[in-house]
Design a protein around this ligand. Structure first.
Ligand SMILES: [Zn+2]
Length: 85
C-alpha cells in the first residue's frame, strides 16, 4: 500500500510519488522526482535527458515521459487519480 503519503508527480500529476523519496520514479509516466527540474522545467540537465517541460508534452502525447520507457509504465490507480490536482 502506498496511499496517504504520496505527493503528485511533477509530470503526470497523479499522486504516485512517495512523500519522502529523494529520487522516486513515477510508475505512471516514468518521470523521476527531481527538485531542480521542478524549479527549472526547461532544464534537460542532471539525471534526465529530457526536460520536465518536454516530459509533460511527451506524457500527454504518448502516456510516458519518454517513448523509450513505454513498456515500463502503467495506468494510474483510482487512489492516485483521486489525489490528482
Ligand atoms: Zn508521473
Amino acid at each position: 500500500m502506498n496511499t496517504g503519503n504520496n505527493i503528485n508527480c511533477g509530470c503526470c500529476g497523479f499522486s504516485t510519488i512517495e512523500f519522502d523519496a529523494i529520487a522516486a520514479i513515477c510508475d505512471v509516466c516514468f518521470w523521476q522526482k527531481d527538485f531542480s527540474q521542478e524549479k527549472n522545467t526547461g532544464d534537460a540537465g542532471g539525471l534526465k535527458s529530457v526536460s520536465l517541460m518536454q516530459s509533460i508534452v511527451n506524457y500527454k502525447s504518448f502516456g510516458v515521459m519518454d517513448r523509450t520507457f513505454l513498456n515500463k509504465v502503467r495506468l494510474p490507480k483510482e487512489s492516485e487519480i483521486q489525489g490528482h490536482g
